[in-house]
Design a protein around this ligand. Structure first.
Ligand SMILES: [Fe+2]
Ligand SMILES: [Fe+2]
Length: 392
């Protein structure tokens, strides 16, 4: 039983087994955080993934008879949070489902059931006894239905996926786990889940300024409780939502006969000599979700591929699809690679980078079959240009 504040409990499920969340690697697993507020009208805030239901239910049963639950707040329709609503309603059939207008539509599409819905909008309040809950719609952070619930008396924000991290641990608070681990997990989460919605995140941050926050309780990972941690995560969200980056570079590539790899290594070494921090990913063994986290941090993104059948390699094609969806703004990009007899395939790379919202640094560095010394020498001027852009 984990009481986070008097009569407010964490009743979620820990997914120790999870290693992949729709393509996002989760080396420690994740948690689905549900919260129970015991007041005159006991209220459950969010549920858990379908297979975590028994764990959540047993935590609830250790606190109250689930039949007493009057409200199930569904802050977000996605099934990692709403997947247990149907089973939960079997334990508390009279409970009303509190959600946003888009939440109602989404839940009906998923479950094909006409439950008792209580639809709320921004500013609406719900008195559950001695406590009042207030709702804030957060459209596109990160689904149209997303909203946050604020417990006004306890000053606790339940923002669902916002401020979350895919991290499984025995601890429940960020400060207990080690801040480096939690902030890294929060960065990866933002990059992979929230990054396209910077404008919407900034609106949410503006709305949050009016609230006192004793705790931020996201739907994944650790709770932000320490005052300094709350400030830090809000500051980071402002930075990420504004598409700010650090003075660093990331190289992401795939190679066929080591030529593109050679260019990647040379670029890496030259950047290193210029004291520009650089991180390198080979898509043969790196996963997209880690690479994209570095893209979020880096002002310059270098993408390289060999050409196969007049096209870039499939791994790079997949990565570009992912990048185009996440659209990291305000970044410079260089394309590079080795080709056999036609450079036409590099168009895919250049167009993909432009579509992802990046500004190309001149012509790409393309070399036929095996790079020669003069071509490698030519990379020096490219790196000088990168240095100027990074310092500018
Ligand atoms: Fe979600
Ligand atoms: Fe989620």
């Amino acid at each position: 039983m984990i009481e986070i504040k008097k009569d407010t409990y964490w009743v979620g499920a820990i997914d120790w087994e999870l290693r992949n969340f729709h393509g996002y690697s989760t080396p420690t697993g994740s948690t689905y955080n549900a919260y129970l507020i015991v007041d005159e009208k006991p209220t459950l805030i969010d549920t858990v993934k379908d297979y975590g239901f028994e764990e959540m239910a047993s935590r609830i049963k250790a606190i109250i008879d689930p039949l007493k639950i009057q409200y199930i707040i569904s802050n977000h329709t996605e099934m990692d949070h709403s997947g247990s609503i149907e089973k939960m309603l079997q334990l508390c059939p009279n409970a009303e489902i509190v959600c946003s207008p888009n939440g109602e539509k989404g839940l009906k599409r998923h479950f094909k059931k006409d439950w008792k819905f209580k639809v709320v909008n921004t500013g609406d309040e719900l008195k559950i006894g001695s406590r009042t809950l207030k709702f804030f719609l957060m459209p596109m952070v990160h689904w149209p239905d997303s909203m946050a619930t604020y417990s006004t008396d306890d000053e606790i924000l339940f923002p669902n996926d916002a401020f979350g991290q895919h991290h499984a641990s025995a601890e429940r608070y960020a400060a207990e786990v080690g801040e480096d681990i939690v902030f890294e997990a929060a960065a990866k989460y933002y990059a992979n889940i929230v990054m396209p919605y910077g404008a919407q995140v900034l609106k949410v941050l503006e709305a949050l300024k009016t609230l006192k926050l004793e705790m931020i309780c996201p739907s994944h990972g650790l709770i932000w409780k320490k005052e300094e941690n709350i400030k830090q995560i809000l500051t980071l969200y402002k930075k990420w939502a504004s598409y700010e980056s650090d003075k660093r570079a990331v190289i992401i590539y795939d190679t066929m006969w080591h030529s593109t790899e050679k260019i990647a290594f040379e670029l890496s070494e030259l950047l290193d000599k210029e004291n520009i921090p650089v991180v390198r990913f080979n898509l043969q063994n790196a996963d997209y979700s880690d690479a994209i986290t570095e893209v979020m941090r880096s002002k310059v993104v270098l993408l390289g591929s060999a050409i196969l059948n007049n096209r870039i390699l499939p791994s790079m094609g997949g990565f570009l699809t992912y990048l185009k969806g996440l659209k990291p703004k305000n970044r410079f990009a260089l394309s590079f690679g080795s080709y056999g007899w036609s450079k036409v395939g590099f168009k895919d790379l250049e167009e993909g980078l432009k579509e992802a919202g990046m500004q190309l640094i001149g012509d790409g560095s393309y070399m036929q079959f095996v790079p020669d010394e003069s071509e490698i020498e030519g990379l020096k001027s490219t790196v000088s240009k990168i240095k100027e852009l990074i310092s500018g």
